[in-house]
Design a protein around this ligand. Sequence first.
Ligand code: PLP
Length: 388
Amino acid sequence: MARASSKRRFSDVPAVARALQPSYPVYCLRPEVLAETARRFISIFPGTVLYAVKCNPHPMVLDVLYRAGIRHFDTASLPEIAQICETYSDAHAYFMHPVKGRAVIKSAYAVYGIRHFVVDHESELAKVVDETGGEDLVIVVRMRTPTSLQTLYDLSSKFGATPPDAAALMRAAHERGCKVGLAFHVGSQCSDPSSYGTALTLAGETIEMAGVEPACLDVGGGFPAAYTGKSVPPLEDYMSEIRIGLKRLALRPTVDVFAEPGRAIVADSCSLLTQVQLRKDNRLYINDGIYGSLSEMVQVDIRLQARLIRLAGDVSETMYPFVLNGPTCDSVDVLPGTFDLPADVREGDWIEIDQVGAYSNALATRFNGFFPETFVEVHDEPPAAAAA
Ligand SMILES: *Cc1c(COP(=O)(O)O)cnc(C)c1O
């Protein structure tokens, strides 16, 4: 495999195919798109934007976000904290995982200066206070949100205290001399802005029950990307729901308001250049699949646009639905649904798959020795997602 090229910047995706002739999958990152999306989010969110590192932790992605003005990061492990704090000296990391090892808590606090820790149980609160001495902590209590909210992933079945338990935790943290905060996460790819209003109302009730003035309120991530065939409301609708919800709570102006977007910031900024290794009728065998960059297509119902890239010769104008098979030996490694591609697609052609910036490289495994890891920069405009 020819990975020797050091060239990382290309004018468009065909230029990537021409230069690298890649038989391995290549992530094509659009830095301008990523920076613009981040700047837009920062400008319309009424508070501080923490980028959720787990969604796409690639150094090229983080660098673009940093240059776009992101200085705050939602981190969930010591390696994520180290990556942020050792790369950007003026960045702030927040430890947003409700379950942490003792040594990890200690290192985050003492080595990296982390002061914000999420908890959703009294035993975790005791651990954090024990391991840090409890000095100048902001204990952020993760509150459970109703599972009825419209999202692709339910993130409340595993983490989060019920409002009464969250209130008790806030009080307990306050009594131990900590500042306190409240956080929730409505679930990823949330299609209904009112979920944030509902969660904010619950947060208000929880804060009232606790009787403790919060230092911060964190509305989490979950903001959707506009995937093919799924119409989602514009980000502005989520922001106005959040503004109205915050106004209802009538918090002191000193309360820090946080959001932790991942997907909405990065999804559209990357496409994936794959290659056809074999065609059997309407089945194409490509070099990436559900154990690599595309596991989300199986775990949750998202559809992605694909287009053919052939460097020489004509391309059929007739489109045909193809099934895309992944490269591993596992027979479940097949992408759901079909992809419309020119009828004469053949071995050696490339297929560019859109909107793979979120939860792609971050979830890829090394199963069967396949591991997508090549990133290049592309300075064109990606095609907009097809409407529903
Ligand atoms: C995963 C996660 C996020 C990011 O969620 P998106 O749906 O990608 O915006 C934010 N906060 C927490 C606590 C998470 O677990």
